[in-house]
Design a binder for this molecule. Sequence first.
Ligand code: SAM
Length: 162
Amino acid sequence: MTRLDLFIGRMVSQRACIDRAIALTQGMTEPVFELGLGNGRTFDHIRANVHDRPLYVFERTVASHPSSTPSDEQLVLGDIFETLPALLERTGKKASFIHADLGGHNPAKNDEFARTISPLIEGALAPGGIMVASDAMYFDGLTELPLPEGAFVDRAFIYQKP
Ligand code: SAM
């Protein structure tokens, strides 16, 4: 596999899993959390497809494409380890859907980060909610779901809270 193959596989898998998560959580009223704005591509896709729930985007430093920059109301600026618990406390609402794409180019570091952040994400998801990640996560109480059609194994992961 070339780096281009891997990149395309990740993008295709992200979109397929995000679309499945939105469909599975239709009718839920709890907000959607986008963890990691980056360039804003997945934020833009979620924003275009979720119209019935608030969307919050967590990012340390905004460097997104101008057309994919969240509004002040959507943006939660700072380190997720501080801002996610603070938002849960402020709103009193867990998420219907959490998408996390927080990693960089180092797989070992990404895995370590996934282990560290998994308990926080698990606690932030409402019952019946869906979590989509670019890295394998380490959850105690979430069920890993089969990948939707079009997604590639190990390029994206999808979980549900019972
Ligand atoms: N999905 C995005 C897109 O489509 O453009 C790409 C996200 S990028 C791979 C990961 C982002 O997560 C980076 O912009 C980084 O700043 C952010 N990030 C990583 N760890 C974070 C943390 N602890 N708190 C807040 N943001 C974080």
